[in-house]
Design a binder for this molecule. Structure first.
Ligand code: KG4
Ligand code: ZN
Length: 350
């Protein structure tokens, strides 16, 4: 089996990350081994502002990016001499954050004379599904077509994978992303940033039957999503509730969180199952930060099982942004971008 070492670098939002991944191809597919994965999260820096401040994010990426790359090498027990290529996130994401990762990777590729691959962040989230725990490939050629639901702070996309590299977006949000809806709802409820983990924690204590929030675009004859109205529905509900009582109790907040989460999960799950059945998929990939949501993982798994469809979902730490997914993604790129051409691309390039 031929084995290759890849250095991955990710800086698209508020995580500075680097990873060393080993890729080994065999007849049935490819197996990836994570030698190291280092993530410096800036959450504590942005928390007090209730969201990511782009200027601050870029400045902190600059401070952290080389120490994080260095740590990834030390943890993997390798040096730059051992790696075959470098992969870096080119977009989508925050322009100034992306620039730090891209320019660093370009300089390293130039100095070390390594091929450089510019990677789409959403493709990266999709490719986390190729990471298994054993010696057998998780995904093989016979598994296609596969459907992927990518839900993050900036994206909500249903992507049809025709084969290992040919991906088509068949549905997306027309306004807020699912993670954005979690973050904005958390802000309305004064729960802090990022909102997803806080809402899911509080939802465990609440009753999702108490408030019937809307299920936007559930019955639309397409695979698009819309979450902005849902967030507004929460805002109006909170306004009504505080009219009768000055402050919301923990129980009231918990019920809102549970009901809001149920509405998001309901729409995501129903549309994903429908798209998987229509496209005759036997496997569905779930990825992106919101894939860390336990309720979403459970309900999607149950509903897909009823249709004999398998759910592939990464470990929790690989759902949120990391550089492992960027390294894995580069394995499937036919040609390097090259340090001369690599540049930031804030849009989606699936
Ligand atoms: O993929 P990611 O780390 O960054 C982007 O590419 O945007 O996703 C971050 C998003 C945030 O909106 C965060 O609130 C959400 O993922 N998130 C969650 C959970 N953990 C993180 N949303 C719901 N439930 C969670 N447990
Ligand atoms: Zn992401």
């Amino acid at each position: 089996m031929k084995k290759k070492l890849i250095l991955g670098i990710e800086s698209s939002c508020d995580e500075t990350a680097a990873a060393v991944v080993q890729a080994g191809s065999q007849d049935s597919g490819v197996v990836f081994n994570v030698l190291s994965s280092v993530v410096f999260s800036q959450i504590d820096i942005h928390k007090k502002y209730g969201g990511v401040i782009p200027e601050l994010a870029a400045r902190n990426h600059i401070l952290k990016i080389l120490p994080v790359v260095n740590e990834a090498f030390i943890k993997a027990g390798v040096t730059e001499k051992n790696i075959e290529k470098i992969a870096v996130t080119c977009g989508p994401g925050l322009m100034t954050s992306l620039m730090v990762g891209v320019e660093t990777a370009k300089a390293l590729a130039y100095v070390w004379q390594k091929p450089l691959y510019g990677i789409d962040h959403i493709r990266g989230h999709i490719y986390t599904a190729w990471l298994g725990n054993g010696n057998d490939p998780v995904i093989t050629k016979k598994d296609f077509p596969i459907l992927a639901l990518i839900v993050s702070g900036g994206h909500t996309e249903l992507v049809l994978l025709k084969n290992e590299t040919d991906f088509v977006v068949i549905g997306k949000t027309i306004d807020d992303a699912a993670g954005e809806a979690f973050d904005k709802t958390a802000k309305i409820l004064d729960l802090g940033y990022p909102g997803g983990p806080e809402i899911s924690k509080l939802a465990l204590l609440g009753n999702e039957e108490i408030i019937k929030f809307p299920r936007p675009l559930l019955h639309a004859k397409n695979y698009n999503f819309s979450f902005s109205g849902l967030k507004t529905a929460v805002l109006y509900k909170v306004r009504d509730m505080v009219k009768t009582k000055n402050k919301l109790s923990k129980k009231q907040k918990s019920d809102i969180c549970a009901s809001f989460q149920a509405a998001v999960v309901d729409v995501l799950v129903q549309k994903t199952v429908r798209a998987a059945l229509f496209n005759k998929c036997t496997k569905v990939i779930l990825g992106g930060g919101v894939a860390a949501n336990k309720k979403l993982r459970e309900v999607l798994n149950t509903k897909l099982k009823e249709e004999n469809i398998e759910l592939i979902v990464p470990d929790f730490q690989l759902c949120t942004d990391n550089a492992v997914m960027i390294a894995v993604s580069s394995y499937f790129e036919k040609k390097p971008t090259g340090w001369e051409k690599a540049s930031v691309n804030p849009g989606l390039s699936i």
